[in-house]
Design a protein around this ligand. Sequence first.
Ligand SMILES: O=P(O)(O)OC[C@H]1O[C@](O)(CO)[C@@H](O)[C@@H]1O
Ligand SMILES: [Mn+2]
Length: 441
Amino acid sequence: MAGVPASLSGRDVGSFAYLTVKDRIPQILTKVIDTLHRHKSEFFEKHGEEGVEAEKKAISLLSKLRNELQTDKPIIPLVEKFVDTDIWNQYLEYQQSLINESDGKSRWFYSPWLFVECYMYRRIHEAIIQSPPINYFDVFKESKEQNFYESQESIIALCSHLQQLITTIEDLDENQLKDEFFKLLQISLWGNKCDLSLSGGESRSQKTDVVNSLENLKPFILVNDVEHLWSLLRNCKKTREKASVISVYIVLDNSGFELVTDLILANFLLSSKLATEVHFYGKMIPWFVSDTTIHDFNWLIEQVKHANHKWMSKCGADWEDYIKMGKWVYHDHIFWTLPHEYCAMPQVAPDLYAELQKAHLILFKGDLNYRKLTGDRKWEFSVPFHQALNGFHPAPLCAIRTLKAETQVGLQPGQGEQLMASEPSWWTTGKYGIFQYDGPL
Ligand SMILES: O=P(O)(O)OC[C@H]1O[C@](O)(CO)[C@@H](O)[C@@H]1O
Ligand SMILES: [Mn+2]
């Protein structure tokens, strides 16, 4: 593509992309294989010998995958028919076409990191759907649920905070309401620290009191465009006709604690009338270990509803009502688990692009969304976000992400270089975060 920098890639020895392909991805695959092993008796109970045979088949496909990766074999086409198989295989051909004759085939360490990392999760899914009758099995379900259970205390604190806030929300003046909005945005930002793919699937649950940590975390927000979000939604609220809609779309990232923080924010948007509808977008297949599917979304709301805590169960019951009343709508679309950067959406998924154009504001949660928004490229730190989006402007949007990959745009001159010099791992540990807005000011 002309005018854009090169992709991050495992070919850069020592880079975070390289270490991910070399160490973290194989580690995740090993965990997946182990998870299948541990469920052997469950498969037997459910499906008899057929279940055990299916488990063996899935494990052998995954072991083959791990071997292909570790020996840097060529990337091979998908074989099992699924809704996105043809699009994936076309994309594989496209990646191949970018490679010079002398460089040979697309390979794990040689190709763009975003592409091979997505491909790995898609191949895990392929191994599962090739192994009926266990083709429904979510290999990451256990760890997502564990993350939720281990974050109980923080979840109770958040739900209690929200419910108390709601009881006085009518009495708040504009500034107070804005402060509360900013607090819940920050909670949703820091909720993104808890994904499981960065830790190789090990638990990264939330154990501290987030609400009271916000002040201490402020210095770690490198780009903070929350004022724009406030002006945008406050203006919508002020100018809206009685029956008209204000819709905020949230492109979700991780289930477990992060999803709770997103739902708390979504609840606040309705209670404060900054929005009248919230649309959520999740993944159609298990993805990057902790990403939210419809099953995770429904499971989590059910858990919150049945919690043995007054405010927590109140949240769960309200959330279920919002869904019933159509104030909260969950959507999935296969595009979110394709390897394409988001500037390709109008061509690859025009229906989704058209849907997103209806939003008053779109919030993109998490690191992977940021990588796809900006193409996972070696941008200069000071390149404007608008430019890095490379034509992707469906509606006003904001990336809410803790940094876990070596790409960041829209920084002040010298800011990235300074961080680089003082703290080389600044952009890969999730310690720093951004609210980065693109849209009319
Ligand atoms: O859940 P998130 O915030 O999208 O993070 C997923 C992240 O996990 C990693 O893939 C780890 O490999 C990140 O580099 C990646 O972007
Ligand atoms: Mn994720």
